[in-house]
Design a protein around this ligand. Sequence first.
Ligand SMILES: Cc1ncc(COP(=O)(O)O)c(C=O)c1O
Length: 441
Amino acid sequence: MFLPPRSRARFYGRSTNYQGVLRDAVLGRITEGDDVAAIERTLADYLGVRHAVCMPQARVGIYFTLSELTRRRKKVVLSPYTIHDVINMVICAGATPVFADIDRATCNVATDEVARLIDDDTGAVMVTHLHGLACDIEGVTRVCRDRKVPLVEDTSQSFGARVGGRRLGTFGDAGIYSFGMAKNVNCLYGGLVATDRDDLAATLRDELRQLPYTDSSILLRRAGFCLTGDTITSPLFFGAATYWAFRYGYLHEVEALNKRVRGEDAPTIKRTIPENYLRRMTPMQARLLVPQIPEVDRLAAIRVGYARIYDEGLAGIPAILTPPLREDGSHIYLNYAIQVKDRHALLRFLMTRGRDLTVQHMGNNADYECYGEWHRDCPAARATAGQVLLLPTYPGYGEREVKKNVALIQEYFRTHAAERPHDAAGRAPVASARAATSQRS
Ligand SMILES: Cc1ncc(COP(=O)(O)O)c(C=O)c1O
């Protein structure tokens, strides 16, 4: 038998957030105050940019930014390995997605692919810094400068990461951040566009000025959802009840349970921006952000510490493709995303042995039928989409839990010798299974 594990995920933010939401709701103050302007100044300082413009969600920031940048030239070169609503935002902006294949190790777009796909009709390149890992931002910035193409960074999963002392999201024309529930800064819903461009900031502000605030009832429902999530994933409750339900759901394929914890639904195309996306962040949400910003770097350092333990234990196993270990602040490991050929066999083993983990549900958008008219063959994204398993790194997870994951994964690969290794580039090996086995022993 085993002691129940900690949950695979926890929300960021503080318990006092709920008091803040409740107080503002009771006093009717959700939309009162100039806190959005104040947090925009704080965030502009933190990121080191001229303008920070709050958004109702990151995806809306992507929509407005790309609408502006692709007025004349319509193509947007981007990674196909991201949430599908990002692709929808490109389409809603009236632009054409051009899928550039990824680098397997970081799961982020490959610079040489970007360079190859830029042409005279490219209005923007949009990179993603997925799982808290910086893409090759210096390389892509050079390419975009040389080719005079605007660069947008989807930094939704990497708020606070730095390359060469500069925050991700500030290398190009615009950086977009998410403050949604599952992010390292959480104000229920929310996002930000950071830019040094006065013209872009002015356009974004003009667009937002006309919009209503996010509905209080939606925010209250979200807060209730978050509070329920916090409660059922708190260590005591989780160990006593939630874990067993998640485990049963996974091991017995109970869709009604599994769909509740799945990050992504089946993709559907949107061609016009949904009316309910067109909202403004409320002052109440801005107030929730205030105490979180000074904590971002400290919490990132804890995640990097966990990444080091995962790396020490797993990077030497040929059948696992691990993310690069960087401890200079450029990789802040929102999760530690490993890639394994038969990830469900491994996950089954781990769940059976008392772990609570999940696969990454994000898919390769370049292959989805609904985006068929923009299909491009992206073999690395296709392989990655079927192989990513997310290992937790949230600060309260604890080194003991990280070490248990490592020990069990090591045990799995010791006892399941038929798992085939990745080659250095993370591609499926050409070697036979027998050669693969001998390579490991
Ligand atoms: C990589 C990426 N881009 C964009 C988004 C959209 O963020 P939001 O939910 O704030 O619109 C997400 C959200 O999960 C994301 O993971």
